[in-house]
Design a protein around this ligand. Structure first.
Ligand SMILES: NC(=O)c1ccc[n+]([C@@H]2O[C@H](COP(=O)([O-])OP(=O)(O)OC[C@H]3O[C@@H](n4cnc5c(N)ncnc54)[C@H](OP(=O)(O)O)[C@@H]3O)[C@@H](O)[C@H]2O)c1
Length: 406
């Protein structure tokens, strides 16, 4: 019997139990063994669960799981950053393999935990932490020995993509966010999603693996979608294009660039038709060429599926024992990012309009909502200009053109 300690019984934890139950016979055939969830850790023992559980299986005491020597694999799906870190690091120290879906935890403690797992010759797998149900971490790790990864970019946050898609259908930002919350795509506090912080964590994980060097989360430039208006969407759609929140890491001469920002994609882009809560990840390797991964970026069963694929790799012993992180010294060159930008300012006067018109390739609107397409410029210069002119972030929106005008 393979005994598992499941930490967390919310959306993902419940999905893990459901799939294991549904696929029980197949799993016994494949592994020749019974996969047994021996203990489940939750915060609130009194909470009503919409899944039937054997008596005594649930606990709120992590030590019961940690000290149980029959439990050899831990599945961490609590979503708690610091407690989750404690559970994962203590489990590894106690000689247990770990699967986690916790991107905040992986992003913050990536080097430390990878090192610990490596030293203890244990698996630390986190497929579900990026792209939900999309297999992307494992394929990326498989590419690394044979490729210099040149670029990774993706729509990595289902909430933002859902909001942007609904806005293209005619809703304004507040309405789209409210529906996303009602449908369970957005948290009650959507800050991490809409400000791009969740995308940044996932980009940090992908980028660190892809470029094989240190890429601290806090150094990655981030701009979310909370300032976008129906007016912006209408202007962008009139150009035959769509706007997506994209996280992008690129290897370049002497270093790398990494940024999360709204990007305008034309209809020929592989990102154009990625709608609603879907995610997509593009990877460019010097030998493999261009790859695109696409699918459900979240949700109970897709995410649980990713967790269980990791679990199966541990059971089958088909995970790599090497530390997947490299030690290249990487120079962050993100301040050199250039491009052509869509720009809209809500509070403007004639004098400011003239300043921005000098940057314009094309002026789109000179009314109360001033909008234009810039020439090819340094992003940093544009941001500095807003700051120097005292234009607050809430009063403008920028999105970079992908291909068009660049
Ligand atoms: N939901 C998705 O679609 C999705 C997609 C990709 C990745 N993920 C990641 O998967 C993880 C789990 O997400 P989720 O949506 O399943 O979360 P969730 O629905 O909020 O469930 C969290 C579960 O963990 C338990 N828990 C939370 N903090 C705990 C603590 N400190 N100690 C013990 N138990 C604790 C909760 O206990 P109670 O039930 O007693 O409150 C609950 O059962 C997160 O890291 C998330 O980022 C989720």
């Amino acid at each position: 019997m393979i005994n598992i300690g499941l930490l967390g019984l919310g959306t993902v934890g419940t999905g893990v139990l459901k799939i294991l139950e549904k696929r029980k016979e197949e799993l016994i055939k494949i592994t020749g063994d019974d996969i047994n969830i021996k203990k489940i850790l939750v915060r609130d023992l009194a909470k009503k669960r919409d899944i039937e559980l054997e008596g005594g299986i649930i606990t709120d005491n992590f030590d019961e799981i940690l000290k149980d020597e029959d439990i050899t694999i831990i599945v961490e799906v609590t979503g708690d950053l610091e407690e989750g870190y404690k559970y994962v690091s203590e489990s590894l120290r106690a000689g247990k393999h770990v699967v986690t879906a916790n991107k905040a935890l992986v992003s913050k403690y990536f080097e430390e935990l990878s090192d610990l797992a490596h030293k203890k010759k244990l698996a630390l797998l986190y497929e579900a932490s990026v792209g939900g149900g999309i297999p992307v971490i494992k394929p990326l790790k498989e590419l690394i020995p044979f490729n210099d990864i040149k670029e990774v970019r993706g729509i990595l946050n289902g909430t933002c993509n859902y909001i942007l898609t609904r806005m293209e259908e005619g809703l304004d930002y507040a309405e789209a966010l409210k529906i996303a919350q009602e449908q369970g795509f957005a948290e009650a506090d959507p800050t991490d999603d809409v400000e791009g912080l969740d995308t940044r964590r996932k980009l940090r994980i992908l980028g660190t693996l892809a470029l094989q060097g240190q890429m601290p989360e806090e150094n990655i430039i981030v701009r979310g979608i909370s300032n976008i208006t129906a007016f912006d969407i209408s202007n962008i759609n009139k150009m035959g294009a769509s706007v997506k929140l994209i996280g992008e890491v690129k290897s370049c001469e002497g270093g790398y660039t990494a940024i999360v920002e709204p990007v305008i994609v034309e209809s020929s882009s592989p990102f154009y038709n990625v709608g609603y809560e879907e995610n997509a990840v593009f990877v460019k390797g010097d030998n493999v060429g261009d790859l695109m991964f696409y699918g459900n970026g979240a949700g109970m069963l897709p995410t649980a599926n990713a967790v269980l694929c990791d679990l199966m790799d541990i059971i089958a012993g088909s995970y790599r024992l090497n530390n997947p992180l490299g030690n290249k010294k990487l120079m962050d060159l993100s301040l050199a990012i250039k491009g052509s930008y869509y720009l809209r300012i809500s509070k403007i006067n004639g004098e400011l309009m003239d300043v921005f018109k000098s940057l314009a390739d094309k002026v789109l609107s000179t009314g109360a909502q001033f909008a234009l397409v810039t020439k090819h410029i340094l992003r940093k210069d544009l941001i500095d200009l807003f700051e120097n002119l005292g234009i607050e972030e809430k009063d403008y929106f920028i999105a970079k053109f992908d291909k068009i005008n660049t």
